[in-house]
Design a protein around this ligand. Structure first.
Ligand SMILES: Cc1cc2nc3c(=O)[nH]c(=O)nc-3n(C[C@H](O)[C@H](O)[C@H](O)COP(=O)(O)O)c2cc1C
Ligand SMILES: CC(C)CC(=O)C(=O)O
Length: 363
């Protein structure tokens, strides 16, 4: 690739060049056959856009409100772990990039900077992401999130145990210390036989955590809870019954259960089950502004971006994060103008054709 990147896929190329192979494999990889990894991207390509012409698109407004927070665009940085493997400034640089773009920053509890370091680094609206950890770890996370001004908790519910990423197993991938666990488990990186990410997960996750335990989590915090990892209408209904404030349609960037469908393929099922009771968000495979437009047309309130943000961070630190988010914002703005949508609320179901609707006449 010659010159500056012109889209987020080109940031992936830059990241691949600067990162040691073992880390690039960790960031880019998916579980087992990586069927879902490809499908997350491919499924967007099968959806086409139904534009409307001759509307006044001289001004486009992308701003929206997510759980009461105004953001510049329906884009959130997805919580991902281990940013210091991409860049020495880690999650602090990512959060600053998000703040500069006025979008919400999802911070993983398995971050390499502490929650406190990220909180004091910038003014981004921040959501903390947790797994179904053992209760004392969760209680500690909740207290620190509230003390440090995090605005919501994202409970990732698709990880009762870690998915099998075979590249990490082969590479004997060693995770950096996850400093937020200090006092609970050893945060030293131990290098011996294999990937130690799995050992971390086994030591901290509570695989018996289930729907009723959300009541416990709600009892120890006033923060709204978003549940991440919903892929069916059935689970969306259970999530509403459990009293969550929002649902994230996600297959964990294809890193957990392989052969789950692309998230964009199941978004509408979830949206129909939720019946507008809480916002539905989506992540997985968003690489273009047109992808964001398609997700909004199928009912998402906003999307979360995982790998492209990490690639921006690896390539150029905070500046790279900012550039990746700005690129996606610019592409969304362009898509809205060319499709005849002045605001995000103007984007409707009739602005896209899914695969089964390709030859459908709507008139
Ligand atoms: C390297 C990496 C680490 C991740 N770590 C976490 C994590 O700690 N917690 C979590 O809920 N999701 C994690 N995810 C999943 C992302 O939040 C998100 O669901 C996924 O990356 C979205 O897909 P995309 O990468 O295609 O945008 C991780 C994803 C990647 C690629
Ligand atoms: C530390 C890991 C559990 C982070 C994660 O969720 C992932 O790598 O997909």
């Amino acid at each position: 690739m010659a010159g500056e990147p012109v889209n987020v896929n080109e940031f992936e190329e830059l990241a691949r060049k600067v990162l040691p192979k073992i880390y690039y494999d960790f960031f880019s990889g998916g579980a087992e056959d990586q069927y879902t990894l490809k499908e997350n991207i491919e499924a967007f390509r099968r959806i086409t856009i139904r534009p409307r012409i001759l509307l006044d698109v001289s001004k486009i407004h992308m701003s929206t409100i997510i759980l009461g927070h105004k953001t510049s665009a329906p884009i959130i940085v997805s919580p991902t772990s281990s940013h210091q493997l991409a860049h020495p400034e880690g999650e602090v640089a990512t959060a600053r990039g998000a703040a500069a773009c006025n979008v919400i920053m999802g911070v993983a509890f398995t971050s390499t900077c502490t929650m406190e370091e990220v909180a004091s680094s910038c003014k981004a609206v921040r959501f903390i992401q947790t797994f179904a950890f053992e209760r004392e770890i969760t209680a500690n996370m909740v207290q620190r999130a509230e003390r440090n001004g995090f605005r919501a908790i994202i409970l990732t519910a698709d990880t009762p145990r870690l998915g099998r990423k075979e590249a990490d197993i082969k590479n004997k991938m060693i995770s950096p210390p996850f400093k937020n666990f200090e006092g609970f488990i050893s945060t030293e990186a131990v290098s011996d036989k294999g990937s130690n990410v799995e050992a971390y997960a086994a030591e901290t996750l509570d695989p018996s955590f289930c729907w009723k335990d959300i009541a416990w989590l709600k009892s120890i915090t006033k923060l709204p809870i978003l549940i991440k990892g919903v892929l069916t209408g059935e689970d969306a209904t259970k999530a509403i019954e459990a009293g969550v404030a929002g649902i994230i349609v996600s297959n964990h960037g294809a890193r957990q259960l392989d052969y789950t469908p692309a998230t964009i393929s199941v978004l509408e099922e979830v949206v129909l089950a939720v019946q507008g009771k809480v916002p539905v968000l989506l992540d997985g495979g968003i690489r273009r502004g047109t992808d964001i437009f398609k997700a909004l047309a199928l009912g998402a309130k906003a999307v979360l971006i995982g790998r492209p943000v990490i690639y921006g961070l690896a390539a150029k630190g905070e500046t790279g994060v900012k550039q990746v988010i700005e690129m996606l914002k610019n592409e969304l703005e362009q898509t809205m103008a060319l499709a005849g949508c002045r605001t995000v609320d103007d984007i409707t179901r009739s602005h896209v054709n899914t695969e089964t609707e390709r030859f459908l006449c709507r008139m």
